[in-house]
Design a protein around this ligand. Sequence first.
Ligand code: GLY
Length: 420
Amino acid sequence: MKILVVGTGAREHALTLALSRDPQVAELHAAPGNPGIGALATLHAVDPLDGAAVAALATSLGADLVVVGPEAPLVAGVADAVRAAGVPVFGPSAEAARLEGSKAFAKEVMAAAGVPTADPVVVTEPSAAETALDTFGAPYVVKDDGLAAGKGVVVTQDRAVALEHALACLAKPGGRVVVEDFLDGPEVSLFVLSDGTHVVPLVPAQDFKRVGDEDTGPNTGGMGAYTPLPWAPEGLVDEVVARVAQPTVDEMARRGTPFVGVLYCGLALTLGGTRVVEFNARFGDPETQVVLARLATPLAGVLLAAATGGLGDLPPLEWTDEAAVTVVVASSGYPEAPRTGDVITGLDEAAAVRGVHVLHAGTAAGADGTVVSAGGRVLSVVGTGPDLAAAREAAYAGVERIGLAGSHHRSDIARTAAEL
Ligand code: GLY
């Protein structure tokens, strides 16, 4: 099989690594990829947001499958362009990707499908935003309706901060804001594959969104993740499939916009039961890095089955008994003002640690064969081991070997879970 992966992050590196281990895969390509992905795949300097260019590349390569990683190309219709060119694609249409591209749309689908979530108020006017904030009270939850690169959601006790965010979102062209109740409880990410009809869950993971230890500081794209979740209730996955994923996939099919790809169910386990915090229309980053580290079933056949309506015939997925922990190494200034261009050292030394692999995110090729930072989240260092404590130890041993001036990382990823 020839496969083209679209995207540049550690999630796409994790996907490429898993695909490279599938004996069915003969050739891997990435658009545009990064230096880490370049060790496994041929890189193509194609704009991942340009559907026509991605479709033309897939056709010229004779790709059997295109896997679209990030949300922006999906919302921009890249999967539609590839599908229209007759190439199987793992990733939803632009219309189906609205489950991530519009929070208000996702709420509408959830209401129609009977999916448990916080009741929202969608506002388009500043005065309505003020009224909604006062109706719900603190902690205030304000979500930009559209894609906002991880900066769309503000949860705060401070009404002024909540209002400021709402006004900033409303000031955008066509700006809309979702205000809703705070969902109190531990969060779980569950990825559910769909071929438009059938659903297949992966294993749950947890990520760490705040930049600082003990969940302090601003939100980020994600500073680390782990799986399995020893504290998760029995039956959680079956419950989410039955009450969230299947009804949502059924509702999207009923509307004539079937969801093909991965439905990222962001969940809160509240005292009142499991609730959806958000949907995303793609794999989570950094959760994918740990989920795929445990997948024993070769990945290419699974993604191709999802892309071609074959998930119903797929044998059950197999998983290793191992645990996996990933720690994100972020550049100086992330998330507010990431510095780029710093030389990264220790990549080989980190990867030589038993149970460790290093996935590239914001990296670029520097002079004389060096690798330099090129974004906020620079690396995902993944550790695996027989349990979370061992996986965690491995991941942090890898991180210790990385040199990147001014970098920072959280030191508490999976700490509490590893002590259970
Ligand atoms: N880990 C959060 C996300 O992928 O959106």
